[in-house]
Ligand binder design. Structure first.
Ligand code: ZN
Ligand code: ZN
Ligand code: ZN
Length: 263
């Protein structure tokens, strides 16, 4: 019979929550809970206090959570809660976005109570899992937003940061600064990452440097070959100086400045 609540055992928190929410609709929340319990073939119905007096939210991949950090916390707590009930043989389901459990089970009541009081003290049930998810989230954040130098993984970059970029909204993520610590900088011309070692500023990649070659003159290619052997990158002014010192290139690049060469 729909609506009967007499045959259903409610957890204290579910009952308290239902009474608090009275007036939300003409139909009592307890009756809805009782119907849900019957749908699940349960003799009881429980919610879990999330530590703030609200029912503990369930986590489902693909739901919208506004913020990665919020989602990660909900996920960790939902996983830990589901696992605790499961290990005691207490069935759980998702109902209206919350984790609900069969409150006819005595072990379940104890679990719900201890999760509620634990969350009231500290908002995360499993710190280790939290860090693991934050790390994975940071890796996919960086992989999605940045093209890293060849051979550099997102995790290499995160290791150089003061704090794991745990949330795309709330955390600070300076990939360029982390890559600078790994001795990478961007080519001044094409923005490709180059491993510039300790000489980070104003460098151009070898390809861009070679495109500075004037006509058939070999001064630039020869200069670049030398640098390549030492894994060094030139600055724009290094390239200009090379051509300035070249008898072939100088008059081509600076047709009105012959006197400056001093010859
Ligand atoms: Zn956030
Ligand atoms: Zn370049
Ligand atoms: Zn030249």
């Amino acid at each position: 019979m729909s609506g009967a609540i007499i045959d259903i055992k409610f957890s204290d928190f579910a009952k308290e929550f239902a009474e608090r929410d009275r007036g939300y609709s003409s139909r009592s929340v307890l009756e809805d809970m009782a119907d849900a319990a019957r749908d699940f073939a349960w003799a009881g119905f429980g919610l879990v206090d999330d530590g703030t007096g609200e029912p503990l939210e369930d986590w489902t991949d693909g739901w919208y959570y506004n913020c990665d950090c919020r989602e990660t916390r909900i996920r960790v707590n939902a996983e830990a809660t589901r696992a605790a009930f499961k290990s005691a043989g207490v069935e759980t389901f998702e109902w209206r976005g919350w984790i609900v459990w069969d409150a006819s089970n005595r072990a379940g009541r104890e679990i719900a109570r201890s999760i509620g009081s634990s969350l009231a003290d500290y908002p995360i049930l499993d710190d280790e899992r939290m860090s693991e998810l934050e790390w994975d989230n940071a890796c996919s954040l960086i992989d999605d937003l940045y093209t890293l130098p060849e051979g550099v993984e997102a995790s290499d970059v995160i290791r150089e940061m003061d704090e794991v970029p745990y949330c795309s909204n709330c955390s600070f993520c300076d990939v360029e600064e982390a890559l600078a610590k790994l001795e990478y900088s961007r080519c001044m011309d094409c923005s490709a990452w180059i491993k510039t070692g300790e000489y980070l500023s104003d460098r151009v990649c070898w390809d861009c440097a070679e495109s500075e070659q004037a006509g058939e003159c070999e001064c630039i290619p020869n200069y670049i070959d030398g640098l390549r052997h030492m894994s060094l990158y030139p600055t724009v002014s290094d390239l200009r100086d090379t051509q300035r010192g070249c008898e072939t290139c100088y008059p081509v690049r600076w047709p009105h400045g012959g006197a400056k060469l001093g010859i």
